[in-house]
Ligand binder design. Structure first.
Ligand code: AMP
Length: 280
């Protein structure tokens, strides 16, 4: 496995791999890898002949006052983990390599970035689409794998790929959870013991809503109220949003119609966690 840090070198490698007829799979990450990331990589390895994992904490997707500086980083640990799943290349460019002096181009996806996380993080998705478009141009993958954990991100990237005619298959991979149900996330590291316990209300509230849905409840406001009650029962939890929306347009649903997703974001102290559940 090689670690590439230069854009030019990455482009050369990809050109050679394509010339040799290899299918390139790509898994973009911000590093500090956990089993959720590794599952995506195994999927990438199944889908392609060669796997490029990107590790880049992307400054443009962090808002002012967010955790860019504190975001956990561990390239040495990440190298060991990526090796375990047969990664061929880690692409880990420095910030100045991706955004050199004078950089001024951004990719914006319109409507689907404005709901859910877009409300409290208005510049986030522009940073995500910009860096992912750049990574796609540099790596030229045939296939890219993204987690359903970041459900809105997946919708936004599918939209961008379709609208800008990227010739790349986007694969969504199901949420990987800790044994007790908490969705794995690099940010879980920020939680103290009490917050970690309280954070289980996300999983619990999603389960409650899904059970009610399967019993026949179709009113989105009633399910949201039920979840809100459960989460607010935790003193340490502060709801950012709980929404039930169409799984593709992300427009809020009143009555759940068989293609909906519950999405939520909740703060525990300084840590903001997200989770979601499809209702099909
Ligand atoms: P991140 O490093 O947080 O930017 O995540 C990189 C990729 O891993 C994204 O496509 C995420 O959706 C995905 N991912 C993160 N956590 C999980 C998880 N628990 N289960 C599945 N995919 C995940």
């Amino acid at each position: 496995m090689d670690v590439i840090t230069s854009v030019t070198e990455m482009q050369l490698w990809s050109r050679e791999a394509r010339k040799a007829g290899r299918v390139i799979a790509c898994v973009p990450t911000m590093g500090f890898l956990h089993d959720g990331h590794l599952a995506l990589m195994r999927e990438g390895k199944r889908r392609g002949d060669v796997l490029v994992v990107t590790i880049f904490v992307n400054p443009t997707q962090f808002g002012i006052g967010e955790d860019f500086d504190q975001y956990p980083r561990d390239l040495e640990g990440d190298k060991k983990l990526t090796l375990q799943v047969g990664t061929d290349i880690i692409f880990a460019p420095p910030v100045a390599e991706m955004y050199p002096h004078g950089y001024q181009t951004f990719v914006t996806v319109d409507k689907v970035t404005q709901a859910l996380c877009g409300l409290s993080r208005p510049t986030h998705f522009q940073g995500v689409t910009t860096v992912v478009a750049k990574l796609f141009n540099i790596i030229q993958p045939h296939v890219a794998v993204f987690g359903e954990k970041d459900y809105q991100q997946l919708v936004v990237i599918r939209r961008m790929v379709k609208d800008l005619n990227f010739n790349i298959e986007i694969i969504g991979y199901p949420i990987v959870r800790e044994k007790d149900g908490l969705a794995m996330s690099s940010r879980n590291k920020y939680l103290n013991e009490e917050e970690r316990k309280a954070a289980l209300c996300l999983w619990d509230s999603l389960n409650r809503a899904e059970r009610l849905y399967h019993k026949g409840e179709r009113s989105a406001p009633r399910l949201i109220q039920e979840m809100d009650n459960r989460i607010n029962a935790e003193k340490l939890a502060e709801v950012d949003y709980i929404r039930i929306c169409n799984a593709e347009t992300l427009v809020d649903s009143e009555t759940i119609d068989g293609n909906a997703v519950i999405a939520l974001a909740v703060r525990f102290g300084k840590t903001r966690l997200i989770d979601n559940r499809s209702l099909k």
